[in-house]
Design a protein around this ligand. Structure first.
Ligand code: ADP
Ligand code: MG
Length: 260
């Protein structure tokens, strides 16, 4: 099957194997689809994105994750990226002295080289054209490309950088974790509208968010709710509206009971 297929994924903390965080996650994201993963704080949303990226802190103890039919759990993070998976967390927080533009060019070249060891890399003029086109499409100021990667970036700028990276890399699946660390409403909107502009038949997108407000700008095809390490409900956009109205209390009552 094409796209990302997660089956019965169980994840523990590497340093404390007593703690199971994901307890059997099932989720399938096909190319061209936008999925939103919602859920209360602590339900395991970020753990899922870390595990998908192959973060060493999180140990997969059961289940499978396939991407376009390839078992990715055996692959290193950079190999997952080469397959066309984009995980917003896979890059260092800050690389002193490396501009956004340089970083993006290096990323493109790494991907090209993985596909063809003889590849000489994208030419500077071609890269400039590509970058300009992507920034224009996203409505981003060109000066952003000259900024040093994540150095002194605000939370909103970091997210903007991720969206630009996503635009340039043209992944087949993108996983965006809106870490709940308060983006202001303008930053949230810029980022969400950017992601919405990037959607297309070749890309599946998983937007992870605690709040419904992000989904005012990215209309998901499917919405899933995670609770205590499982996807407990899936539906269409109406599910997010329902949550907005009722909050997570109902989910808590309904599904916490099963555990007790
Ligand atoms: P969410 O993103 O939905 O808020 P997380 O995946 O961040 O949830 O966390 C799920 C649970 O796992 C929480 O109880 C959290 O405390 C725990 N957890 C996640 N990562 C770690 C870690 N590195 N060390 C200790 N506990 C962790
Ligand atoms: Mg989180």
């Amino acid at each position: 099957m094409s796209g990302l297929v997660i089956r019965n994924l169980h994840v523990r903390l590497e340093e404390d194997p007593e703690v199971e965080i994901l307890k059997g996650v099932d989720l399938t994201i096909q190319k061209g689809e936008v999925h939103a993963l919602m859920g209360p704080n602590g339900s395991g949303k970020s753990t899922l994105s870390y595990a998908l990226m192959g973060h060493p802190k999180y140990e997969v103890t059961d289940g499978t994750v396939e991407f376009d039919g390839t078992d990715i759990l055996e692959l290193a993070p950079n190999e997952r990226a080469q397959l066309g998976m984009f995980l917003a967390f896979q890059y260092p927080v800050s690389i002193p002295g490396v501009s956004m533009a340089n970083f993006l060019r290096l990323s493109i070249n790494a991907r090209r080289k993985a596909e063809d060891p003889e590849d000489k890399g994208i030419s500077i003029p071609d890269f400039r054209r590509l970058l300009k086109a992507k920034m224009d499409a996203l409505g981003m100021d060109h000066s952003f490309a000259g900024r040093y990667l994540n150095e002194g970036f605000s939370g909103g700028e970091k997210k903007k950088a991720e969206v630009l990276q996503m635009a340039v890399m043209e992944p087949h699946i993108a996983i965006m974790d809106e870490t709940d660390s308060g983006l202001d409403i303008d930053a949230l909107r810029t980022v969400a509208e950017g992601v919405d502009k990037l959607r297309g038949p070749e890309m599946g997108i998983l937007v992870i968010t605690h709040y419904q407000r992000m989904l005012n700008y990215i209309k998901p095809d499917y919405v899933h709710i995670m609770f205590e390490g499982r996807v407990v409900q899936s539906g269409g956009p109406e599910l997010a509206m329902e949550l907005e109205e009722k909050g997570y209390e109902e989910i808590r009552k309904k599904y916490a009971k099963q555990v007790a």
